[in-house]
Design a protein around this ligand. Sequence first.
Ligand SMILES: NC(=O)CC[C@H](N)C(=O)O
Length: 396
Amino acid sequence: MTQHDNDTAWPDHKPTALLVLADGTVLEGFGLGAEGHAVGEVCFNTAMTGYEEILTDPSYAGQLITFTFPHIGNVGTNEEDIETVNMAATPGARGVILRTAITDPSNYRATKHLDAWLKARGIIGLSGIDTRALTALIRSKGMPNAVIAHARNGEFDLHGMKEEAREWPGLEGMDLVPMVTSGQRFTWDETPWLWDKGFGRQDKPEFNVVAIDYGIKRNILRLLAGVGCKVTVVPATTSSEDILAMKPDGVFLSNGPGDPAATGKYAVPVIRDVIKSGTPTFGICLGHQMLGLAVGAKTKKMHQGHHGANHPVKDETTGKVEITSMNHGFAVDEATLPKGATQTHISLFDGSNCGIQLDGKPVFSVQYHPEASPGPRDSHYLFQRFADLMRQKKSA
Ligand SMILES: NC(=O)CC[C@H](N)C(=O)O
């Protein structure tokens, strides 16, 4: 890594992109994607595939992603693998940091080169970064705030970038859900993609599910539709009266960006009412964290977070281990789980909480991403668990 000690000591060549960390470290690279600059928290993602799904996951709002896998771009991009539902909103990640230049696409599903796709979505990128060193730095010091900038003419306001990186308040305490949640209610019936058929439709739904959209991913909606749900997606600030008036068979609490404690200020009272009503409830990631808050547990910021598609998790209710997709920088502090909330899943990487269930209630949630996209399908069974709870409730 190259570090400039003062703002004027430029080498003869001009880099076309920079990553400036809050501590003043400057990493030089080659610009790609959109020109401009963005501020966010740098996290590393260890997935070897699925960069398009990762970059369009709304949970990454406010973050800059460094991929540990060096060959990004080889399957190009397409219109089908986008995870953002609310296309009018800010796209997921604000920036992307790569080791090598984007690999040219070679895949039958590719419709666009990643570089052009990033440009079209306003995502700023840089390559030529020693991503192993950056990842090692995150592992030892935690996820830094940083400014990423791309300017073809090589002209940067380095002083301003350092100041912006230093002064950005960071994700702790930040509610980013308003940037990504849908502005209005809509229904969803598309089922998962099959290799020989593409997407399907759920035309005989067994359950009506209301999904509270804190930044929901498409594949969650598809898997819900796949287990028999007609899903009505509602904005994050929808009241519990409005939700319960729809007489849902189940309520889903989605993933999303930012600090659960900040979003929880308005989401937790709604979640409490939903639990009290006895409606089967399933939460994923931010939804899991806010369910934890709703029962009185606390959440905490993690040191390096979990972002990848290779995280082992143990389901303590069955003893089975599943390899999961993860994307979170906060976690439920298991030590604060109250009586009545049982830990059901744990991370086999660091023992952190990965799932809870409320005793005697049809309510459960997981910290990781059973919908994958990208990632292994080991955890798809959780959607079936939710359907089973709704079926039991309906026939009770
Ligand atoms: N994927 C998510 O829902 C992420 C939840 C939360 N924003 C976190 O970083 O922990």
